[in-house]
Design a protein around this ligand. Structure first.
Ligand code: BF8
Ligand code: SF4
Length: 624
């Protein structure tokens, strides 16, 4: 397949060269088969199918090519963009809601989980104005959980965690009228305002897109990260392995794919259960090998050091090995093709969430009131498949060492030292120029571009002494390419950044977590502002973000909340180019409103250079 020329991942190449994988049709084949290039109206954001007078394809500046209803290119592009943000926010919101509800059940003692991080519980209680003196951790957690849950359905006021942002940022949001009132409300209002014949002023639509995205970043995603940390533990640095080679020949391989860690954590606990282990031994397996895929993979990698078998573009490859007894999935980023890849193999795809079913998969509902029971039933099913395993191929040599677990607390601790947790040393290193700035590499992967885009961007940044923070599938891609080993600092960094990494003993690319964990970056950036010396809000920091290979609507919601929070963001493309006005607003006008704007650049090296230029600009403005 021609697009395979763009595959640089050694494990994927190795696997696709095996006879057993040649019978499998993957996304690489489907891209080639389609033979049609992307629709220009769709790519430019000017296809409107919001009402049944359309679909209308709009051409900017051509009178005959406005919508039947009169909608202009700017209106259509803004509406489509806002709906992407709403869908991305909805995905994070539903995920977060599940985590908060699981947290409440845990506080009530109704799950096998417990409140692990009491320090963080107390910090969150303080943010929410909850009394902690003389109270039991579960009592505090219950009140926190209920207050957090109320933020989803809240109709008036503002979200509690907005006050964690730098003061100046909060004032900007207040002045612009974009403080979210309630998490669900902003998603619903965005959908309403982009219905036919409602909001038809593109800047006003974009104002709601900003408010909705803040409900994601400083609302849903942040609640999810914080409460998940309190319940399952805040990540600390640990060594682990990544890539297809983590599958094991002599064990029952169960891959966990999706997003919500309630399922994955329960599977981790069930996999240690003596009864389950005895069952595995009975079928001749040496044990159960749990491995993650996509963001669920990131969650259990960060907190438990469970290996990651593959990222988004590797989900079909994981199954094409023929060595997986079951792939257990919940929500988001699961390709429907996975059920087809396993046809004729012993592997089962097990869906577990009533929201997300799939033809040719088995559904075993994950019961929230009996998580361990559900997890054991799923593992028992997988164990029973072990003896049916036929031909398989594991690219054994393809597994890389990674050091992961860089939560905001870890960065604070590692750079500040055991007795003086602080961002001071990081700020000082930026001020003295050893670290030029921070580059966030986040988001997905897809098949349109070569799969070493993340690597190329990261290497260019590191060479120029920009420290890289990564989340999502981008983080997994960088791990697979060897950039999460401490030794990589000497190999790839400019001299002064290498020195800092070597002194601290950290890799030059820090794995910060899953996609909801981009909220950790908001907290880290805020901590840097509060530490002093780098300006008064996020827009003054020498930092820049990118989600080059964005695939999911969630990535756009993330980009939008970073821009609205003052961070400059560059993607490889965005569906806004069909309207000159919207294009100008997104790449320039937003800067006047929020202190930052979007940009795009297809070429990875040029993209990295744009990031460096943005960082240099901030340094110059700060006079450092
Ligand atoms: O939330 S990075 S492909 S797995 S959307 Fe999906 Fe993109 Fe991966 Fe995680 Ni995030
Ligand atoms: Fe066409 Fe307007 Fe209907 Fe969109 S809302 S499909 S532009 S008529």
């Amino acid at each position: 397949c021609t697009s395979c020329n763009d595959i640089t991942g050694a494990s994927t190449k190795d696997l696709l060269n095996q006879d057993l994988a040649k019978q499998v049709r993957t996304a690489y084949d489907r891209i080639e088969d389609r033979g049609v290039s992307a629709c220009l109206f769709g790519s430019g954001g000017t296809c409107c199918r919001i009402c049944n007078m359309g679909p209308c394809q709009i051409i900017d500046g051509v009178e005959q090519m406005i919508g039947i209803c009169g909608a202009t290119a700017a209106t259509v592009v803004a509406r489509n963009f806002a709906r992407i943000v709403a869908a991305g926010t909805a995905a994070h919101t539903d995920h977060a809601r599940e985590m908060v509800m699981g947290f409440i059940e845990t506080a009530k003692g109704k799950t096998p989980h417990e409140i692990k991080d009491v320090e963080k519980l107390h910090a969150m209680a303080e943010t929410f104005g909850i009394e902690i003196e003389g109270r039991d951790k579960n009592e505090i957690a219950l009140e926190l959980g209920e207050k957090a849950l109320a933020e989803f359905g809240q109709q008036q006021g503002t979200l509690t965690m907005l006050k964690r942002a730098p003061k100046k940022q909060q004032e900007i949001w207040k002045a612009k009228g974009v403080e979210p009132r309630g998490i669900d409300r902003e998603v619903v209002e965005t959908m309403h305002r982009t219905h036919m014949g409602v909001d038809q002023e593109y800047k006003n639509i974009m104002k709601q897109a900003a408010r909705c995205s803040l409900a994601d970043g400083w609302g849903a995603s942040m609640l999810s990260t914080e409460l998940t940390d309190i319940m399952f533990g805040t990540p600390v640095p640990r060594r682990a392995l990544i890539d297809l080679g983590v599958l094991k020949e002599d064990q029952v391989n169960v891959t966990v794919h999706g997003h919500e860690p309630l399922l994955a954590e329960s599977l981790c606990m069930a996999a240690e259960d003596p009864e389950i282990l005895a069952l595995a031994k009975k079928v001749g397996a040496k044990g159960i090998n749990l491995a993650g895929v996509c963001c669920t993979g990131n969650e259990i990698l960060m907190r438990r050091g469970i290996p990651v078998a593959g990222s988004f573009i590797q989900q079909e490859m994981v199954l094409a090995t023929g060595a997986v007894e079951a792939m257990v999935v919940d929500v988001q980023c699961v390709m429907q093709s996975v059920a087809q890849v396993v046809k004729g193999k012993h592997t089962d795809i097990i869906t577990t969430n009533y929201r997300a079913k799939m033809p040719d998969a088995i559904h075993m509902q994950f019961e929230e009131d009996d998580p361990l029971g559900s997890a054991k039933a799923i593992l028992t099913h997988a164990i029973n498949n072990f003896k049916k395993r036929g031909d398989y191929y594991i690219p054994k040599d393809n597994k890389l060492d990674v050091v992961v677990g860089f939560s905001h607390e870890t960065i604070n601790y590692m750079l500040g030292g055991r007795f003086r947790k602080s961002y001071r040393p990081l700020n000082d290193n930026i001020i003295n120029g050893r670290i030029k700035g921070l580059g966030a590499l986040v988001g997905c992967e897809h098949y349109k571009y070569s799969d070493d885009v993340h690597f190329k961007i990261a290497v260019e940044l590191l060479k120029n002494n920009v420290l890289v923070l990564a989340t999502g599938c981008a983080a997994q891609a960088l791990g697979r390419m060897g950039l999460m080993r401490p030794e990589a600092a000497a190999e790839y960094c400019g001299e002064s950044l290498a020195e800092v990494c070597e002194t601290v003993g950290m890799p030059p690319v820090l794995h910060v977590g899953s996609c909801v964990d981009n909220s950790r970056l908001l907290i880290a950036l805020t901590a840097m502002v509060k530490e002093g010396g780098l300006g008064e809000d996020i827009s003054e920091l020498p930092a820049c973000g990118t989600a080059p290979l964005w695939m999911s609507e969630k990535a756009v919601a993330i980009g939008q909340y970073f821009v609205t929070s003052g961070a400059h963001v560059i993607f490889q493309n965005l569906p806004v180019t069909g309207s000159k006005e919207m294009n100008e607003f997104i790449t320039n006008g937003m800067k006047e409103e929020y202190g930052a704007c979007w940009d795009y650049e297809e070429d990875p090296i040029k993209l990295a250079q744009k990031m460096i230029k943005a960082i240099d600009g901030k340094r110059e403005a700060l006079g450092i």
